[in-house]
Design a binder for this molecule. Structure first.
Ligand code: ZN
Length: 629
Protein backbone atom coordinates (compact mmCIF):
# COMPACT_ATOMS: atom_id res chain seq x y z
CA UNK A 1 0.00 0.00 0.00
CA UNK A 2 2.75 2.37 1.06
CA UNK A 3 4.77 1.36 -1.96
CA UNK A 4 1.84 2.07 -4.26
CA UNK A 5 1.23 5.44 -2.68
CA UNK A 6 4.87 6.34 -3.11
CA UNK A 7 4.77 5.29 -6.76
CA UNK A 8 1.69 7.43 -7.35
CA UNK A 9 3.26 10.44 -5.65
CA UNK A 10 6.44 10.03 -7.65
CA UNK A 11 4.47 10.24 -10.89
CA UNK A 12 3.18 13.62 -9.79
CA UNK A 13 -0.24 15.15 -10.20
CA UNK A 14 -0.11 15.15 -14.01
CA UNK A 15 0.13 11.40 -14.34
CA UNK A 16 -2.99 11.11 -12.24
CA UNK A 17 -5.01 13.50 -14.41
CA UNK A 18 -7.14 10.97 -16.20
CA UNK A 19 -10.08 11.74 -18.43
CA UNK A 20 -13.49 12.46 -16.95
CA UNK A 21 -15.39 12.13 -20.23
CA UNK A 22 -19.02 12.20 -19.05
CA UNK A 23 -20.49 10.16 -21.92
CA UNK A 24 -22.09 7.01 -20.50
CA UNK A 25 -19.92 3.99 -21.27
CA UNK A 26 -17.11 6.09 -22.78
CA UNK A 27 -13.86 4.17 -23.18
CA UNK A 28 -10.52 4.78 -24.86
CA UNK A 29 -7.55 2.60 -25.63
CA UNK A 30 -4.27 3.08 -23.80
CA UNK A 31 -0.68 2.76 -25.05
CA UNK A 32 2.48 3.03 -22.95
CA UNK A 33 5.64 3.39 -25.04
CA UNK A 34 9.22 2.72 -24.06
CA UNK A 35 11.74 3.57 -26.78
CA UNK A 36 15.50 3.57 -26.93
CA UNK A 37 16.83 5.21 -30.08
CA UNK A 38 20.27 5.91 -31.48
CA UNK A 39 20.61 8.63 -34.09
CA UNK A 40 23.49 8.88 -36.55
CA UNK A 41 23.60 12.62 -37.16
CA UNK A 42 25.88 12.22 -40.19
CA UNK A 43 23.73 9.76 -42.12
CA UNK A 44 20.39 10.95 -40.70
CA UNK A 45 19.60 7.35 -39.88
CA UNK A 46 18.44 5.93 -36.60
CA UNK A 47 17.62 2.63 -35.06
CA UNK A 48 15.75 1.78 -31.93
CA UNK A 49 13.75 -0.59 -29.85
CA UNK A 50 10.16 -0.08 -28.85
CA UNK A 51 8.13 -1.76 -26.15
CA UNK A 52 4.45 -0.93 -26.28
CA UNK A 53 2.03 -2.04 -23.59
CA UNK A 54 -1.38 -1.81 -25.19
CA UNK A 55 -4.62 -1.95 -23.24
CA UNK A 56 -7.80 -2.83 -25.08
CA UNK A 57 -10.51 -1.03 -23.15
CA UNK A 58 -13.14 -1.72 -25.82
CA UNK A 59 -15.73 -4.48 -25.85
CA UNK A 60 -14.24 -5.83 -29.08
CA UNK A 61 -11.81 -8.69 -29.45
CA UNK A 62 -8.95 -7.35 -31.59
CA UNK A 63 -7.43 -9.70 -34.15
CA UNK A 64 -5.41 -7.04 -35.98
CA UNK A 65 -3.66 -3.84 -35.02
CA UNK A 66 -2.14 -1.12 -37.22
CA UNK A 67 0.93 1.07 -36.86
CA UNK A 68 1.54 4.34 -38.67
CA UNK A 69 4.89 4.50 -40.47
CA UNK A 70 4.59 8.18 -41.37
CA UNK A 71 8.12 8.64 -42.76
CA UNK A 72 7.33 6.24 -45.62
CA UNK A 73 5.25 9.08 -47.12
CA UNK A 74 8.48 10.76 -48.20
CA UNK A 75 9.24 8.31 -50.99
CA UNK A 76 8.68 8.68 -54.74
CA UNK A 77 5.41 7.01 -55.67
CA UNK A 78 3.82 7.35 -52.22
CA UNK A 79 0.22 8.49 -51.77
CA UNK A 80 1.52 11.85 -50.53
CA UNK A 81 3.57 12.15 -53.72
CA UNK A 82 0.57 11.20 -55.88
CA UNK A 83 -1.64 13.75 -54.16
CA UNK A 84 0.94 16.51 -54.76
CA UNK A 85 0.88 15.70 -58.44
CA UNK A 86 -2.90 15.55 -58.82
CA UNK A 87 -4.14 18.40 -56.61
CA UNK A 88 -4.76 21.75 -58.30
CA UNK A 89 -3.07 23.84 -55.59
CA UNK A 90 -0.26 21.80 -54.02
CA UNK A 91 1.39 23.14 -50.86
CA UNK A 92 4.14 25.50 -52.06
CA UNK A 93 6.60 23.99 -49.60
CA UNK A 94 6.23 20.58 -51.20
CA UNK A 95 6.73 21.39 -54.87
CA UNK A 96 9.33 22.98 -57.10
CA UNK A 97 8.04 25.52 -59.62
CA UNK A 98 9.71 25.89 -62.99
CA UNK A 99 8.94 27.13 -66.49
CA UNK A 100 8.34 24.36 -69.02
CA UNK A 101 9.57 24.42 -72.63
CA UNK A 102 6.17 25.88 -73.57
CA UNK A 103 6.78 28.81 -71.24
CA UNK A 104 4.00 27.69 -68.88
CA UNK A 105 4.77 27.40 -65.17
CA UNK A 106 4.85 23.80 -64.00
CA UNK A 107 5.08 22.21 -60.59
CA UNK A 108 7.07 19.16 -59.63
CA UNK A 109 6.55 17.21 -56.39
CA UNK A 110 9.69 17.43 -54.24
CA UNK A 111 9.01 13.89 -53.04
CA UNK A 112 9.24 12.52 -56.59
CA UNK A 113 12.88 13.63 -56.79
CA UNK A 114 14.17 12.20 -53.52
CA UNK A 115 17.14 9.86 -53.90
CA UNK A 116 17.46 6.69 -51.79
CA UNK A 117 19.70 8.47 -49.26
CA UNK A 118 17.24 11.40 -49.05
CA UNK A 119 13.90 9.63 -48.64
CA UNK A 120 12.25 8.95 -45.33
CA UNK A 121 11.57 5.45 -44.15
CA UNK A 122 10.55 3.43 -41.14
CA UNK A 123 11.22 -0.29 -41.09
CA UNK A 124 9.89 -2.54 -38.37
CA UNK A 125 11.71 -5.77 -37.56
CA UNK A 126 11.11 -8.57 -35.14
CA UNK A 127 7.65 -7.42 -34.04
CA UNK A 128 6.41 -9.67 -31.27
CA UNK A 129 3.22 -9.81 -29.29
CA UNK A 130 3.88 -11.12 -25.78
CA UNK A 131 7.01 -12.81 -27.11
CA UNK A 132 5.41 -14.42 -30.18
CA UNK A 133 6.27 -13.20 -33.68
CA UNK A 134 3.35 -11.68 -35.58
CA UNK A 135 2.59 -11.46 -39.31
CA UNK A 136 3.06 -8.00 -40.77
CA UNK A 137 2.48 -6.30 -44.08
CA UNK A 138 3.62 -2.79 -45.02
CA UNK A 139 1.06 -0.90 -47.07
CA UNK A 140 2.56 2.53 -47.75
CA UNK A 141 2.54 4.39 -44.46
CA UNK A 142 0.65 1.73 -42.54
CA UNK A 143 1.90 -1.51 -41.02
CA UNK A 144 -0.89 -4.09 -40.91
CA UNK A 145 -0.40 -6.61 -38.13
CA UNK A 146 -2.15 -9.95 -37.82
CA UNK A 147 -1.97 -10.76 -34.15
CA UNK A 148 -0.46 -13.97 -32.81
CA UNK A 149 -3.47 -14.23 -30.51
CA UNK A 150 -6.55 -12.04 -30.15
CA UNK A 151 -6.50 -9.22 -27.60
CA UNK A 152 -9.63 -9.74 -25.54
CA UNK A 153 -11.77 -6.90 -24.21
CA UNK A 154 -10.26 -5.25 -21.12
CA UNK A 155 -6.91 -7.00 -21.52
CA UNK A 156 -3.34 -6.03 -22.31
CA UNK A 157 -0.72 -7.08 -24.82
CA UNK A 158 2.95 -6.14 -24.92
CA UNK A 159 4.46 -5.49 -28.33
CA UNK A 160 8.21 -5.36 -28.81
CA UNK A 161 10.04 -4.41 -31.97
CA UNK A 162 13.26 -3.15 -33.46
CA UNK A 163 12.98 -0.34 -35.95
CA UNK A 164 15.19 1.55 -38.38
CA UNK A 165 14.45 4.94 -39.78
CA UNK A 166 15.85 7.54 -42.11
CA UNK A 167 15.10 11.23 -41.64
CA UNK A 168 13.93 12.56 -45.01
CA UNK A 169 15.13 15.71 -46.64
CA UNK A 170 12.61 18.26 -45.33
CA UNK A 171 9.51 18.27 -47.50
CA UNK A 172 6.76 18.71 -44.93
CA UNK A 173 6.73 19.13 -41.15
CA UNK A 174 9.60 16.76 -40.37
CA UNK A 175 13.05 16.20 -41.80
CA UNK A 176 16.73 17.02 -41.85
CA UNK A 177 18.38 20.41 -42.29
CA UNK A 178 15.33 22.67 -42.43
CA UNK A 179 15.43 25.75 -44.60
CA UNK A 180 16.56 27.69 -41.53
CA UNK A 181 19.33 25.17 -40.87
CA UNK A 182 17.84 23.17 -37.99
CA UNK A 183 19.42 19.72 -38.22
CA UNK A 184 16.64 17.48 -36.93
CA UNK A 185 12.88 18.10 -36.94
CA UNK A 186 11.64 14.78 -35.58
CA UNK A 187 7.87 14.57 -35.78
CA UNK A 188 5.76 11.58 -36.80
CA UNK A 189 9.08 9.74 -36.62
CA UNK A 190 8.45 6.43 -34.83
CA UNK A 191 6.15 3.43 -35.44
CA UNK A 192 2.94 4.66 -33.83
CA UNK A 193 -0.10 2.57 -32.92
CA UNK A 194 -3.22 3.71 -34.76
CA UNK A 195 -6.25 4.66 -32.70
CA UNK A 196 -9.21 2.33 -32.28
CA UNK A 197 -12.31 3.96 -30.82
CA UNK A 198 -16.11 3.74 -30.88
CA UNK A 199 -15.97 4.21 -34.66
CA UNK A 200 -13.42 1.43 -35.13
CA UNK A 201 -9.88 1.69 -36.53
CA UNK A 202 -8.41 4.99 -37.73
CA UNK A 203 -5.42 3.62 -39.63
CA UNK A 204 -5.36 6.53 -42.08
CA UNK A 205 -2.52 6.65 -44.58
CA UNK A 206 -0.30 9.75 -44.36
CA UNK A 207 -1.36 11.79 -47.37
CA UNK A 208 -1.47 15.29 -45.99
CA UNK A 209 -3.22 15.59 -42.68
CA UNK A 210 -3.84 15.07 -39.83
CA UNK A 211 -3.34 12.95 -36.74
CA UNK A 212 -5.19 10.94 -34.15
CA UNK A 213 -3.37 9.00 -31.48
CA UNK A 214 -3.76 6.74 -28.47
CA UNK A 215 -3.46 8.28 -25.02
CA UNK A 216 -0.65 6.91 -22.86
CA UNK A 217 2.72 7.44 -21.24
CA UNK A 218 5.99 7.80 -23.14
CA UNK A 219 9.46 6.91 -21.88
CA UNK A 220 12.00 7.79 -24.57
CA UNK A 221 15.80 7.60 -24.61
CA UNK A 222 17.57 9.39 -27.46
CA UNK A 223 21.28 8.90 -28.01
CA UNK A 224 23.05 11.29 -30.34
CA UNK A 225 26.17 13.37 -30.83
CA UNK A 226 26.93 15.24 -27.60
CA UNK A 227 27.06 18.64 -29.27
CA UNK A 228 23.34 18.53 -30.08
CA UNK A 229 20.73 20.18 -27.87
CA UNK A 230 17.39 18.36 -27.81
CA UNK A 231 13.97 19.93 -27.22
CA UNK A 232 11.18 17.39 -26.87
CA UNK A 233 7.83 16.27 -25.53
CA UNK A 234 7.98 15.43 -21.82
CA UNK A 235 10.37 16.05 -18.95
CA UNK A 236 14.09 15.43 -19.17
CA UNK A 237 14.91 12.91 -16.43
CA UNK A 238 18.68 13.42 -16.35
CA UNK A 239 18.86 17.20 -16.74
CA UNK A 240 21.73 17.72 -14.33
CA UNK A 241 23.88 15.22 -16.23
CA UNK A 242 22.95 16.60 -19.64
CA UNK A 243 23.42 20.33 -19.30
CA UNK A 244 22.66 22.15 -22.55
CA UNK A 245 20.61 24.68 -20.58
CA UNK A 246 18.46 22.10 -18.79
CA UNK A 247 20.57 21.90 -15.63
CA UNK A 248 19.38 23.52 -12.42
CA UNK A 249 20.96 26.81 -11.48
CA UNK A 250 24.47 26.44 -10.12
CA UNK A 251 24.96 22.91 -11.45
CA UNK A 252 28.11 22.37 -13.47
CA UNK A 253 27.90 19.65 -16.08
CA UNK A 254 30.97 18.07 -17.55
CA UNK A 255 30.94 15.35 -20.17
CA UNK A 256 34.09 13.20 -20.35
CA UNK A 257 36.07 14.37 -23.38
CA UNK A 258 36.29 10.89 -24.89
CA UNK A 259 32.54 10.41 -24.84
CA UNK A 260 31.04 11.15 -28.25
CA UNK A 261 27.35 10.84 -27.51
CA UNK A 262 24.82 11.70 -24.84
CA UNK A 263 21.62 9.85 -23.98
CA UNK A 264 18.62 12.07 -23.35
CA UNK A 265 15.92 10.48 -21.25
CA UNK A 266 12.44 12.00 -21.54
CA UNK A 267 9.26 10.94 -19.79
CA UNK A 268 5.88 12.27 -20.89
CA UNK A 269 2.81 11.30 -18.87
CA UNK A 270 -0.64 11.10 -20.45
CA UNK A 271 -0.01 12.33 -23.99
CA UNK A 272 -0.80 10.85 -27.39
CA UNK A 273 2.38 11.67 -29.30
CA UNK A 274 6.08 12.36 -28.88
CA UNK A 275 8.07 14.84 -30.97
CA UNK A 276 11.54 16.35 -30.76
CA UNK A 277 13.94 18.71 -32.47
CA UNK A 278 17.73 18.90 -32.18
CA UNK A 279 20.58 21.02 -33.40
CA UNK A 280 24.24 21.54 -32.42
CA UNK A 281 23.73 25.28 -32.55
CA UNK A 282 20.62 25.81 -30.43
CA UNK A 283 20.31 28.50 -27.79
CA UNK A 284 18.15 27.16 -24.96
CA UNK A 285 16.29 29.62 -22.71
CA UNK A 286 13.96 28.81 -19.83
CA UNK A 287 11.26 31.17 -18.59
CA UNK A 288 8.80 30.56 -15.77
CA UNK A 289 5.19 30.74 -16.89
CA UNK A 290 1.97 30.84 -14.85
CA UNK A 291 1.57 28.09 -12.19
CA UNK A 292 5.32 27.40 -12.31
CA UNK A 293 5.13 25.88 -15.76
CA UNK A 294 8.56 26.01 -17.40
CA UNK A 295 8.53 27.49 -20.88
CA UNK A 296 11.54 26.36 -22.91
CA UNK A 297 12.76 28.06 -26.07
CA UNK A 298 15.17 26.43 -28.54
CA UNK A 299 16.43 28.53 -31.44
CA UNK A 300 19.46 28.86 -33.65
CA UNK A 301 22.34 31.01 -32.53
CA UNK A 302 21.74 33.34 -35.46
CA UNK A 303 21.99 37.05 -34.80
CA UNK A 304 19.15 37.75 -37.21
CA UNK A 305 16.63 36.05 -34.94
CA UNK A 306 17.93 36.24 -31.37
CA UNK A 307 16.29 39.57 -30.52
CA UNK A 308 12.81 38.47 -31.59
CA UNK A 309 13.14 35.12 -29.82
CA UNK A 310 14.06 36.94 -26.59
CA UNK A 311 11.08 39.29 -26.99
CA UNK A 312 8.80 36.33 -27.68
CA UNK A 313 9.42 34.88 -24.22
CA UNK A 314 7.43 37.29 -22.01
CA UNK A 315 4.66 37.30 -24.64
CA UNK A 316 4.43 33.51 -24.40
CA UNK A 317 3.89 33.87 -20.64
CA UNK A 318 0.98 36.24 -21.38
CA UNK A 319 -0.44 33.87 -23.98
CA UNK A 320 -0.39 31.02 -21.52
CA UNK A 321 -2.10 33.12 -18.91
CA UNK A 322 -4.82 34.01 -21.43
CA UNK A 323 -5.41 30.37 -22.44
CA UNK A 324 -5.43 29.25 -18.81
CA UNK A 325 -8.11 31.81 -18.03
CA UNK A 326 -10.30 31.44 -21.12
CA UNK A 327 -10.09 27.66 -21.64
CA UNK A 328 -8.66 26.10 -18.51
CA UNK A 329 -5.39 25.40 -16.77
CA UNK A 330 -2.54 23.80 -18.65
CA UNK A 331 -1.99 20.55 -16.75
CA UNK A 332 1.67 19.76 -17.52
CA UNK A 333 4.67 21.48 -15.99
CA UNK A 334 6.59 22.20 -19.20
CA UNK A 335 6.03 23.46 -22.74
CA UNK A 336 8.72 23.93 -25.40
CA UNK A 337 8.88 26.15 -28.44
CA UNK A 338 11.42 24.65 -30.79
CA UNK A 339 12.71 26.19 -33.99
CA UNK A 340 12.28 23.61 -36.74
CA UNK A 341 9.89 22.22 -39.30
CA UNK A 342 8.47 24.29 -42.11
CA UNK A 343 5.93 26.67 -40.61
CA UNK A 344 4.20 25.79 -37.39
CA UNK A 345 2.96 22.45 -36.20
CA UNK A 346 1.61 21.40 -32.85
CA UNK A 347 2.74 18.39 -30.82
CA UNK A 348 2.51 17.11 -27.28
CA UNK A 349 3.95 19.65 -24.82
CA UNK A 350 5.87 21.33 -27.64
CA UNK A 351 5.67 22.92 -31.04
CA UNK A 352 8.06 23.19 -33.98
CA UNK A 353 7.93 26.56 -35.69
CA UNK A 354 10.08 28.40 -38.20
CA UNK A 355 11.98 31.16 -36.51
CA UNK A 356 13.03 33.77 -39.06
CA UNK A 357 9.96 35.94 -38.66
CA UNK A 358 8.95 39.46 -37.73
CA UNK A 359 7.98 39.73 -34.06
CA UNK A 360 4.20 39.90 -34.73
CA UNK A 361 4.46 36.83 -36.96
CA UNK A 362 6.54 34.98 -34.36
CA UNK A 363 3.99 35.81 -31.64
CA UNK A 364 1.11 34.93 -33.98
CA UNK A 365 2.45 31.49 -34.87
CA UNK A 366 3.36 30.78 -31.25
CA UNK A 367 -0.15 31.79 -30.12
CA UNK A 368 -1.72 29.46 -32.66
CA UNK A 369 0.49 26.44 -32.00
CA UNK A 370 0.40 26.91 -28.24
CA UNK A 371 -3.43 27.13 -28.34
CA UNK A 372 -3.39 23.76 -30.12
CA UNK A 373 -2.06 22.29 -26.87
CA UNK A 374 -5.58 22.74 -25.49
CA UNK A 375 -7.49 21.77 -28.63
CA UNK A 376 -5.34 19.36 -30.63
CA UNK A 377 -3.70 17.77 -27.67
CA UNK A 378 -5.82 17.89 -24.53
CA UNK A 379 -9.18 17.91 -26.33
CA UNK A 380 -7.95 15.32 -28.76
CA UNK A 381 -10.67 15.28 -31.38
CA UNK A 382 -10.00 13.11 -34.41
CA UNK A 383 -8.24 15.78 -36.48
CA UNK A 384 -8.65 13.89 -39.73
CA UNK A 385 -12.41 13.77 -39.40
CA UNK A 386 -13.14 16.93 -37.44
CA UNK A 387 -10.35 19.23 -38.61
CA UNK A 388 -12.64 22.23 -38.10
CA UNK A 389 -12.79 21.58 -34.35
CA UNK A 390 -9.02 21.45 -34.02
CA UNK A 391 -7.94 24.20 -36.45
CA UNK A 392 -11.11 26.29 -36.14
CA UNK A 393 -11.26 26.43 -32.35
CA UNK A 394 -7.49 27.00 -32.19
CA UNK A 395 -7.71 29.85 -34.71
CA UNK A 396 -10.60 31.38 -32.80
CA UNK A 397 -8.92 31.44 -29.41
CA UNK A 398 -5.44 32.34 -30.69
CA UNK A 399 -6.78 35.31 -32.66
CA UNK A 400 -8.50 36.51 -29.49
CA UNK A 401 -5.32 35.91 -27.49
CA UNK A 402 -3.16 37.91 -29.90
CA UNK A 403 -5.72 40.72 -29.87
CA UNK A 404 -5.64 40.61 -26.10
CA UNK A 405 -1.88 40.65 -25.57
CA UNK A 406 -1.30 43.23 -28.28
CA UNK A 407 -3.64 45.49 -26.25
CA UNK A 408 -6.18 45.71 -29.00
CA UNK A 409 -8.88 44.32 -26.78
CA UNK A 410 -10.97 47.45 -26.72
CA UNK A 411 -11.38 47.35 -30.48
CA UNK A 412 -14.35 44.99 -30.18
CA UNK A 413 -13.33 41.40 -29.93
CA UNK A 414 -15.40 40.26 -32.85
CA UNK A 415 -13.01 42.13 -35.16
CA UNK A 416 -10.53 39.38 -34.40
CA UNK A 417 -12.73 37.11 -36.49
CA UNK A 418 -13.35 39.40 -39.47
CA UNK A 419 -10.84 37.75 -41.79
CA UNK A 420 -12.31 34.32 -40.97
CA UNK A 421 -15.75 35.55 -42.09
CA UNK A 422 -14.28 37.12 -45.23
CA UNK A 423 -12.47 33.90 -46.14
CA UNK A 424 -15.68 31.94 -45.70
CA UNK A 425 -17.66 34.37 -47.91
CA UNK A 426 -14.91 34.17 -50.52
CA UNK A 427 -15.05 30.38 -50.59
CA UNK A 428 -18.84 30.28 -50.89
CA UNK A 429 -18.72 32.71 -53.80
CA UNK A 430 -15.69 31.30 -55.57
CA UNK A 431 -16.12 27.60 -55.78
CA UNK A 432 -18.70 26.50 -53.31
CA UNK A 433 -17.93 24.43 -50.30
CA UNK A 434 -17.64 20.86 -49.13
CA UNK A 435 -19.21 19.99 -45.78
CA UNK A 436 -16.96 20.41 -42.73
CA UNK A 437 -17.50 16.71 -42.09
CA UNK A 438 -15.27 15.96 -45.11
CA UNK A 439 -12.14 13.95 -44.24
CA UNK A 440 -9.17 16.35 -44.10
CA UNK A 441 -7.39 14.51 -46.94
CA UNK A 442 -10.35 14.49 -49.27
CA UNK A 443 -11.17 18.13 -49.96
CA UNK A 444 -11.02 19.09 -53.64
CA UNK A 445 -8.10 21.40 -53.01
CA UNK A 446 -5.99 22.90 -50.25
CA UNK A 447 -7.82 26.22 -50.42
CA UNK A 448 -11.13 24.55 -49.60
CA UNK A 449 -9.53 22.57 -46.79
CA UNK A 450 -7.83 25.63 -45.34
CA UNK A 451 -10.84 27.92 -45.36
CA UNK A 452 -13.16 25.16 -44.17
CA UNK A 453 -11.00 23.99 -41.26
CA UNK A 454 -9.52 27.29 -40.08
CA UNK A 455 -12.05 29.95 -41.07
CA UNK A 456 -15.43 28.22 -41.21
CA UNK A 457 -14.39 26.28 -38.09
CA UNK A 458 -13.57 29.53 -36.25
CA UNK A 459 -16.83 31.11 -37.42
CA UNK A 460 -18.66 28.11 -35.91
CA UNK A 461 -17.72 29.47 -32.47
CA UNK A 462 -18.04 33.20 -33.03
CA UNK A 463 -21.39 32.64 -34.69
CA UNK A 464 -22.41 30.51 -31.72
CA UNK A 465 -21.95 33.74 -29.77
CA UNK A 466 -24.65 35.23 -32.00
CA UNK A 467 -26.90 32.25 -31.28
CA UNK A 468 -26.46 31.91 -27.47
CA UNK A 469 -24.44 35.03 -26.51
CA UNK A 470 -20.74 35.59 -25.74
CA UNK A 471 -20.99 34.72 -22.07
CA UNK A 472 -22.40 31.24 -22.63
CA UNK A 473 -20.07 30.66 -25.59
CA UNK A 474 -17.01 31.21 -23.41
CA UNK A 475 -18.59 29.19 -20.60
CA UNK A 476 -19.10 26.39 -23.12
CA UNK A 477 -15.39 26.41 -24.03
CA UNK A 478 -14.44 26.10 -20.36
CA UNK A 479 -16.95 23.38 -19.60
CA UNK A 480 -15.94 21.47 -22.75
CA UNK A 481 -12.32 21.55 -21.65
CA UNK A 482 -13.11 20.56 -18.09
CA UNK A 483 -15.34 17.63 -19.11
CA UNK A 484 -13.51 16.24 -22.13
CA UNK A 485 -9.75 16.88 -21.74
CA UNK A 486 -7.53 13.79 -21.92
CA UNK A 487 -10.15 12.05 -24.06
CA UNK A 488 -11.41 12.13 -27.66
CA UNK A 489 -14.50 14.35 -27.80
CA UNK A 490 -16.69 14.56 -30.91
CA UNK A 491 -18.60 17.43 -32.51
CA UNK A 492 -21.71 16.23 -30.74
CA UNK A 493 -19.94 16.53 -27.38
CA UNK A 494 -19.25 20.19 -28.04
CA UNK A 495 -22.84 20.77 -29.12
CA UNK A 496 -24.18 19.00 -26.02
CA UNK A 497 -21.87 21.10 -23.84
CA UNK A 498 -23.24 24.30 -25.41
CA UNK A 499 -26.74 22.95 -24.82
CA UNK A 500 -25.98 22.11 -21.18
CA UNK A 501 -24.57 25.59 -20.61
CA UNK A 502 -27.22 27.61 -22.47
CA UNK A 503 -30.35 25.50 -22.29
CA UNK A 504 -30.87 25.93 -26.05
CA UNK A 505 -31.45 23.08 -28.51
CA UNK A 506 -28.54 23.28 -30.99
CA UNK A 507 -28.62 20.18 -33.15
CA UNK A 508 -29.83 22.17 -36.16
CA UNK A 509 -26.77 24.44 -35.77
CA UNK A 510 -24.24 21.61 -35.69
CA UNK A 511 -25.92 19.74 -38.53
CA UNK A 512 -26.41 22.61 -40.96
CA UNK A 513 -23.06 24.29 -40.35
CA UNK A 514 -20.86 21.19 -40.32
CA UNK A 515 -22.62 18.39 -42.19
CA UNK A 516 -24.16 20.32 -45.10
CA UNK A 517 -23.20 23.19 -47.37
CA UNK A 518 -26.34 25.11 -46.46
CA UNK A 519 -25.78 28.84 -46.22
CA UNK A 520 -27.45 31.63 -44.29
CA UNK A 521 -29.20 34.42 -46.14
CA UNK A 522 -31.90 36.47 -44.51
CA UNK A 523 -33.17 39.65 -46.12
CA UNK A 524 -35.38 42.66 -45.46
CA UNK A 525 -38.01 42.41 -48.14
CA UNK A 526 -39.99 45.49 -47.29
CA UNK A 527 -40.55 48.15 -44.63
CA UNK A 528 -43.91 49.97 -44.83
CA UNK A 529 -45.00 52.96 -42.76
CA UNK A 530 -48.67 52.91 -42.01
CA UNK A 531 -49.57 55.85 -39.77
CA UNK A 532 -48.15 55.22 -36.28
CA UNK A 533 -47.26 51.64 -37.24
CA UNK A 534 -44.40 50.30 -39.31
CA UNK A 535 -44.55 46.86 -40.90
CA UNK A 536 -41.36 44.89 -41.57
CA UNK A 537 -41.33 41.94 -43.98
CA UNK A 538 -38.36 39.58 -43.77
CA UNK A 539 -37.47 36.63 -45.95
CA UNK A 540 -35.35 33.54 -45.48
CA UNK A 541 -33.46 32.92 -48.72
CA UNK A 542 -30.74 30.54 -47.49
CA UNK A 543 -31.51 27.04 -46.25
CA UNK A 544 -29.91 27.38 -42.85
CA UNK A 545 -32.16 28.62 -40.04
CA UNK A 546 -31.05 31.29 -37.57
CA UNK A 547 -32.56 33.48 -34.89
CA UNK A 548 -32.85 37.12 -35.96
CA UNK A 549 -31.68 40.27 -34.17
CA UNK A 550 -33.18 43.30 -35.85
CA UNK A 551 -32.10 46.82 -35.04
CA UNK A 552 -34.33 49.82 -35.80
CA UNK A 553 -32.64 53.24 -35.81
CA UNK A 554 -34.84 56.34 -35.75
CA UNK A 555 -34.25 59.75 -37.31
CA UNK A 556 -33.35 61.15 -33.85
CA UNK A 557 -30.62 58.43 -33.59
CA UNK A 558 -32.44 56.60 -30.85
CA UNK A 559 -32.85 52.90 -31.47
CA UNK A 560 -34.64 49.77 -30.37
CA UNK A 561 -34.19 46.11 -31.22
CA UNK A 562 -36.38 43.11 -31.95
CA UNK A 563 -35.51 39.49 -31.41
CA UNK A 564 -37.14 36.76 -33.48
CA UNK A 565 -36.30 33.38 -31.95
CA UNK A 566 -35.55 30.39 -34.13
CA UNK A 567 -38.24 28.00 -32.89
CA UNK A 568 -35.96 24.99 -33.40
CA UNK A 569 -33.96 26.24 -30.41
CA UNK A 570 -36.84 26.26 -27.89
CA UNK A 571 -34.95 29.12 -26.29
CA UNK A 572 -34.62 32.84 -25.90
CA UNK A 573 -31.13 34.33 -25.87
CA UNK A 574 -30.02 37.16 -23.60
CA UNK A 575 -30.17 40.67 -25.08
CA UNK A 576 -26.78 41.17 -26.78
CA UNK A 577 -27.10 44.97 -26.51
CA UNK A 578 -28.39 45.54 -22.97
CA UNK A 579 -28.33 49.33 -23.44
CA UNK A 580 -30.87 49.07 -26.26
CA UNK A 581 -34.45 48.18 -25.41
CA UNK A 582 -35.33 44.81 -26.92
CA UNK A 583 -38.73 43.34 -27.75
CA UNK A 584 -38.96 39.60 -28.19
CA UNK A 585 -41.34 38.65 -30.99
CA UNK A 586 -43.10 35.42 -31.88
CA UNK A 587 -40.67 32.75 -33.11
CA UNK A 588 -39.98 32.09 -36.79
CA UNK A 589 -40.73 28.52 -37.85
CA UNK A 590 -38.16 27.45 -40.44
CA UNK A 591 -40.67 26.17 -43.05
CA UNK A 592 -42.11 29.66 -43.54
CA UNK A 593 -40.00 31.54 -46.09
CA UNK A 594 -41.25 34.95 -44.92
CA UNK A 595 -42.00 36.65 -41.62
CA UNK A 596 -43.96 39.89 -41.07
CA UNK A 597 -44.36 41.98 -37.95
CA UNK A 598 -45.65 45.40 -37.06
CA UNK A 599 -44.51 47.80 -34.36
CA UNK A 600 -45.51 51.22 -33.01
CA UNK A 601 -42.87 53.88 -33.75
CA UNK A 602 -44.45 56.25 -31.21
CA UNK A 603 -44.40 59.11 -33.65
CA UNK A 604 -40.72 58.69 -34.55
CA UNK A 605 -39.47 58.33 -38.11
CA UNK A 606 -37.61 55.12 -38.92
CA UNK A 607 -34.20 55.81 -40.48
CA UNK A 608 -32.73 52.31 -40.94
CA UNK A 609 -33.60 48.71 -40.24
CA UNK A 610 -30.66 46.27 -39.86
CA UNK A 611 -30.51 42.48 -39.52
CA UNK A 612 -27.76 41.41 -37.09
CA UNK A 613 -25.87 44.63 -36.32
CA UNK A 614 -23.13 42.51 -34.66
CA UNK A 615 -22.37 40.84 -38.01
CA UNK A 616 -21.56 37.64 -36.15
CA UNK A 617 -24.10 35.77 -38.26
CA UNK A 618 -22.35 34.59 -41.43
CA UNK A 619 -25.01 35.82 -43.82
CA UNK A 620 -23.62 35.21 -47.31
CA UNK A 621 -25.49 38.15 -48.80
CA UNK A 622 -25.11 41.24 -46.64
CA UNK A 623 -26.69 43.55 -49.19
CA UNK A 624 -30.25 42.72 -48.21
CA UNK A 625 -29.52 42.93 -44.48
CA UNK A 626 -30.29 46.61 -44.08
CA UNK A 627 -32.74 49.08 -45.45
CA UNK A 628 -32.49 52.86 -45.34
CA UNK A 629 -35.81 54.71 -45.29
ZN1 ZN B 1 -3.28 24.89 -36.52
Amino acid sequence: MKKLLFALLAMGPVALAQHKNPNPGYWQQHADYKMDVKMDVEKFQYSGTQELVYTNNSNDTLRKVFYHLYFNAFQPGSEMDARLTSIADPDKRMVKSFKGADGIEKKQSKISELKPNEIGFLKVNDLKQDGALVKTKVVGTVLEVELAKPILPKSKATFTMKFDGQVPVMVRRAGRNSEEGVALSMTQWYPKMAEFDFEGWHADPYIGREFHGVWGNFDVKLTLDKTYTVGATGYLQNKNEMGHGYEDEGVKVETPKKQKTLTWHFVAPNVHDFAWGADPNFIHDKVMGPNNVELHFFYKNDKEIIENWKKLQPETVKLMDYFNKTIGEYPYKQYSIIQGGDGGMEYAMCTLITGKRSLPSLIGVTAHEFAHMWFQHLLATNESKHEWMDEGFTSFISDFAVNHIMNKENKEDENAMQSAYNNYYYMVKKNGQQPLSTHADRYDDNMNYGISAYSKGAVFISQLAYVIGWEDTFKTLKRFYYDYRFSHPTPNDFKRTAERVSGAVLDWYLVDWTQTVNTIDYGIKDVKVNGAKTKVSLERIGRMPMPIDLLVVYADDSSESFYIPNTLMRYSKPNPFPKINRTELKGWDWAFPTYDFEFDTKGKRVKTVVIDPSQLMADVNQENNSKKM
